[in-house]
Design a binder for this molecule. Sequence first.
Ligand SMILES: [Zn+2]
Length: 372
Amino acid sequence: MYELACPACNSSSQYDVSDYLLMCPLCSATFSLERETGHKEVYNDHFIVANSSNPVQVKALVLEWLRRLNHRQDSVDSEFFISDISGLSAPFWVVSIEAHTVWKGLVQRQHRRQIEAKFGSDYLIEQGQFKRNYRWAVSGRHNICESWGMTRLHEPKEPVSVGWDGFPLDSTFSRGQLQDAKSEKAAYESREFFDFKFSNGLAILGVQVSEEEAMRRAKLHVEQYHLELAKLNVDYLTDFRTEIEIAGIQLIHLPFWYASYVYKPQTMLRHFYKPKEKKLILEGYNSGVLIGQLPIHQADKIGVNATICAIATVVFLVFGLVLHKAFLLVALFSLVIAGISAYLNISAKQDSDAVASAANRQIDEADLAKVV
Ligand SMILES: [Zn+2]
């Protein structure tokens, strides 16, 4: 930390000079510092989307989310415990992008003809193009993993697997809403010039990533996304080209809320299930649930299965030794099931986040159905 004078209000404060942009805690001016010459320059395209939520509201929304997930809604209050709620305002570079994609590939014919298929002519060549505009948000932090869930905020409507951390601002900050929108304006439209007061109590993270890097990252994300979209049209993609035009870039601090909860089942399950902390992210503009981990994943269920079978193995082994040899066979069977479950448990854990976001999408769709 170094003490510097703000170029806008001239008062001195402590700054982390390794950040790409610095923010004056007194007048909220944003500026860059050239470390060799000491030259400072005010940066004007810095905005913030005001945080409009608080821990009490977030807690109520998380319980509402859990109620919608559960078949036995009345059990939510007695079985779920909110263990932590915290928020932060994180910097994102928002890049206005127009992306034009041209693709070509092979599509399998509906009616196979045996003779032709032999020579590989069972496919038709097809080509097409599409154009899309985004306000693409790219993290202004070097370590996108420092806050849970920030790596997978994009949940496209199309069935593609997301391998990038950026996301389209408008569709992301309007999804997952469990209550009526607080404002008819999109989050982007209601942004204000950056001022610490709009965080409404949230910690504000510093800006580390430069504009140039953000633009490169945005281009890469959109290109990857469009590649996945193009693949949906064909069985084999043979050619693909995306031209990207950047119309502008702005820095926007976006509000997020984190909630952790613990599920302590009151049913028989409690003997076999070790309570774990699960997490949710909500956006702090309209309080939509962006990502949420389910109380029990497929992995947990298989884990419970493995435990029960392991116990059964021991019981039947004892029976086999004491009572009748036939029980040894049953013990062997239980052991195999327990082994398979344990193996699946390990491999299924890796997908658990994906499962959680799929469930989230289901909630969204259910809500949409209600509105219609
Ligand atoms: Zn200042």
